[in-house]
Write a protein that binds this ligand. Structure first.
Ligand SMILES: [Fe+2]
Length: 398
């Protein structure tokens, strides 16, 4: 049977005109049953970068095969995106509470909710699903949460953003998927925005769409801007609190001072362009991790470029966290509008592969006691860095 790529069924809340290219179900090969042939893999790889998210259904996937599949996208990559077992050593990281490595395949992480027993060499473990009160400045009341109101936990791409390069592809594999009534994501930012989602969905937004819908002045800014991330970023922010939409932090001076972080080296700090160029389509995706950005560096307008309304026409550096976050929020909040979020309705044995350099995602929802969710997640610190905009792109959008 030959491979085919079938458009996903989108909920009516999604503006499908902006998502023509986004997401496909792959039919004709089951990566749990056998390794893909070289030709099949090339086709899948191309489709992944064209559609940013691929879904395989009814897959029985061992951790070894999941690791091998992700590694095929970047054969020289070796270690988990945050480093093998690194998280276990860094108790101060906010990731630590939610993710842990499988003992026999440390590149594959176990995530979910509730107590699991006798699983892949783990006798017993209590998993914890990220729930907004642990991270947001404000909270939904217990009463409303019991009625099924929830929030996006935190929007991000999968990346350590210090020392290790941003993984290319993440594979999320649903093993136990508890069922329950739909829940309602509340944005709680005065907009009245809400989104109906399945229990324990993973929400995705396209970095390509996020860039496309920007007004011209912010496009000009984005194409010239670079984000400098904090050293040990997930320890740096550990006391800070997020906005109610899960995209970005409140600025209250709660970040750990750089002197109080574990030892760090300037050359391991990551500085990335705001826009990443899709290696297959050439499209530009707005890919900025909103939680751990510490500085914005802006290039001046290119020589000969006339743009009366340009922000920072002479370039510059923004290092005030409040200013950085307000500007970035203006760029990213429109891209998480309810009509631009694809919330995947998980079924057991779903395998989702996504272009981690082309979209952002968030954990969503709240489980009741006794509901057990079990997923395997794999991404690998990449062998190279993301591509930024070309000189031509900079000219075009400045
Ligand atoms: Fe993630």
């Amino acid at each position: 049977m030959s491979l085919s790529f079938i458009p996903l069924t989108f909920p009516s809340s999604l503006d499908s005109t902006k998502f023509n290219d986004f997401g496909r179900e792959v039919v004709g090969v089951n990566p749990g049953e056998r390794e893909l042939t070289e030709e099949e893999f090339k086709t899948v790889e191309k489709a992944l970068y064209q559609h940013d998210l691929l879904l395989f259904r009814n897959v029985n996937l061992t951790p070894d095969r999941q690791y091998a599949l992700v590694k095929a996208f970047d054969p020289q990559s070796e270690h988990y995106g945050h480093g093998n077992k690194q998280l276990d050593k860094t108790k101060g990281s906010i990731i630590h509470a939610y993710v842990s490595s499988l003992p026999n395949t440390p590149q594959v992480q176990i995530i979910g909710h509730g107590v699991i027993k006798n699983h892949e060499g783990i006798a017993e473990k209590t998993l914890k699903h990220g729930r907004h009160p642990e991270f947001h400045r404000t909270q939904i009341s217990d009463e409303d949460e019991a009625k099924g109101f929830t929030r996006f936990f935190r929007w991000h791409m999968d990346a350590a953003l210090y020392d290790l390069n941003v993984p290319k592809v993440t594979a999320l594999y649903g093993i136990k998927v508890p069922k329950g009534p739909l829940q309602t994501v509340r944005y709680d930012d005065g907009s009245g925005d809400e989104l109906s989602v399945s229990l324990g969905t993973t929400a995705f937004v396209s970095g390509k769409v996020m860039f496309e819908i920007l007004p011209a002045d912010l496009k000009s800014f984005a194409v010239r801007a670079r984000a400098k991330y904090a050293p040990h970023p997930f320890q740096w922010l550990r006391n800070a609190k997020a906005r109610s939409t899960g995209i970005g932090l409140e600025t209250e001076g709660l970040e750990t001072s750089l002197q109080d972080l574990p030892a760090w080296e300037e050359q391991k700090i990551k500085v990335y362009p705001f826009l990443w160029k899709n290696p297959s389509t050439g499209n530009l995706h707005l890919q900025v991790h909103p939680l751990v950005i510490m500085e914005i560096q802006i290039e001046p307008l290119p020589e000969g470029c006339r743009n009366e309304g340009a922000l920072y026409p002479l370039g510059g550096t923004i290092s005030d966290l409040k200013e950085i976050r307000e500007l970035l929020y203006k760029m990213q909040r429109p891209g998480i509008a309810p009509s631009l979020v694809y919330a995947h309705p998980w079924e057991e044995k779903d395998l989702v592969l996504f272009n981690n350099r082309g979209l952002m995602h968030s954990v969503v929802g709240v489980f009741k006691e006794g509901q057990v969710r079990l997923f395997h997640q794999c991404n690998l610190a990449a062998s190279d860095e993301p591509f930024g905009p070309s000189e031509e792109d900079i000219r075009k959008w400045s």
